[in-house]
Design a protein around this ligand. Structure first.
Ligand SMILES: Cc1cc2nc3c(=O)[nH]c(=O)nc-3n(C[C@H](O)[C@H](O)[C@H](O)COP(=O)(O)O)c2cc1C
Length: 402
């Protein structure tokens, strides 16, 4: 999507990754975004304001009290001006100051004064990143609604290996585009007045009090769908297995653990919803009996007897009332389309989203590449995109079907 007329304020703090920011500015500039920059005093030790001025075509702001110039409410103007602020690289020091409400230079004062969304791309030595205070500040800021572009794992400039390296400029650029894409989609509110139920994540089938069978589902696709549905105005319920993702804002979250619990929750929620999207990965089998005491270590082999679990999708789709829509997911490793077509007709679904596990797709990835199958229509293949972007495509279809 084009960033024409989008106002982006980039804040640089004193980390070595400052040298990558001119690339980010260039990528944004090529998409016609309007860019202003603020540098902390320590950021100017790493690259010169002249470099940023040249690539952004705008003067760089560095002083809260600029010499030889009327300062006035310079910081308030800068806080109000952008559509989006990105602080990159963000030092541990910067995160600490913002988490504590300190505003002792131009950048921290602008962040304190802004009502606009703020993205933070931390960059630091892995030990600094792992430092408990840094992690606490990260959590505080995340909970306050600051949007993190998490650091990558790899070698940092100090030649240490670990997590802490700033996300590459291309990734920061993609995050900015994604932000505006989500906002444009979210502003359409095509699902206002609709009730959508999304399931996400794996289930756990107890073997004994301490062990369970599960699968690799991360829940990312279901959570992205629930977030997108809520942003499109739907009254959204998310039924989630055990995952490690914070619940999206404005979504009613129901936590479940086993396939039986998922079944009960879906049955209840389905009775009054317009659309059910089953993105969860419930177990197909569970132990024939769950033991009440822990199975002891033994030298001999152990066989587990498994029984098939209930086919929730089939059960629920059977009870579909006129006007209700059921969307299933099919993760296939072979004959993907043929198997998904079978699922579509056998289970009487309204749409099947087909994906195959791959390098950038399927379980635990932030991106996915899917094909949408709808009865009596040609399959529609969507290009590799973030799970959020894929969610909006799926919900566009849902909205048309509804
Ligand atoms: C060569 C060098 C590289 C540094 N790189 C980083 C860094 O990548 N991340 C970080 O958090 N701090 C880094 N620091 C420390 C910060 O510059 C220091 O904490 C400073 O107070 C940050 O100021 P600011 O947040 O106001 O820009 C570095 C320091 C030096 C001397």
């Amino acid at each position: 999507m084009s960033l024409k007329d989008k106002r982006i304020l980039i804040g640089l703090t004193g980390g070595i990754a400052c040298y990558k920011i001119p690339y980010l500015v260039r990528y944004l500039w090529r998409e016609k975004a309007e860019i202003r920059t603020i540098m902390t005093e320590n950021a100017t030790r790493f690259i010169t304001p002249l470099t940023l001025e040249s690539v952004s075509n705008n003067p760089v702001a560095t002083d809260l009290f600029p010499p030889n110039r009327f300062a006035g409410t310079h910081h308030i103007d800068l806080a109000r001006w952008p559509d989006l602020i990105m602080v990159a690289p963000a030092t541990a020091n910067f995160m600490g100051k913002i988490a504590s409400g300190i505003s002792d230079d131009l950048l921290t004062t602008v962040i304190c004064a802004t009502p606009k969304p703020v993205m933070i791309a931390p960059a630091m030595n892995p030990q600094m990143w792992l430092n408990k205070v840094t992690q606490r500040n990260h959590d505080i800021l995340g909970n306050l609604g600051y949007i993190f572009i998490e650091p990558d794992e790899g070698y940092t400039a100090c030649d240490h290996y670990g997590v802490g390296r700033m996300a590459e400029p291309q990734e920061l650029f993609e995050a900015v585009k994604q932000f505006f894409f989500d906002r444009a989609k979210g502003s359409k509110k095509t699902l206002t007045g609709k009730k959508i139920v999304v399931t996400a994540g794996p289930t756990r089938e107890a073997v004994d009090p301490v062990r369970f069978l599960t699968n690799r589902s991360s829940g990312k696709m279901g959570y992205a769908l629930a977030e997108a549905a809520a942003s499109l105005g739907a009254q959204t319920t998310l039924i989630s297995g055990p995952v490690n993702i914070p619940p999206p804002l404005g979504v009613h979250l129901i936590r479940i653990e086993s396939t039986d619990e998922l079944h009960a929750a879906v049955k209840k929620a389905f009775a009054s919803c317009d659309c059910l999207i089953m993105a969860a990965a419930p177990a197909d089998f569970s132990p024939a009996q769950s033991l009440e005491t822990k199975i002891k270590r033994a030298a001999s082999d152990l066989s587990l007897n498994l029984k098939p679990t209930k086919d929730i999708l089939k059960e629920v789709a059977r009870r579909k009332k006129a006007g209700q829509i059921v969307v299933g997911f099919a993760l296939e490793t072979d004959d993907a389309l043929a198997n998904a077509r079978k699922k579509l007709s056998e289970k009487k679904l309204d749409m099947v989203v087909v994906n195959t596990p791959g390098e950038d797709t399927g379980f635990d990835h932030d991106t996915n590449e899917v094909t949408l199958l709808v009865p009596k229509k040609r399959p529609v293949k969507l290009a590799l995109a973030s799970k959020s972007e894929i969610s909006y495509h799926i919900l566009d279809r849902v909205s048309a079907l509804l």
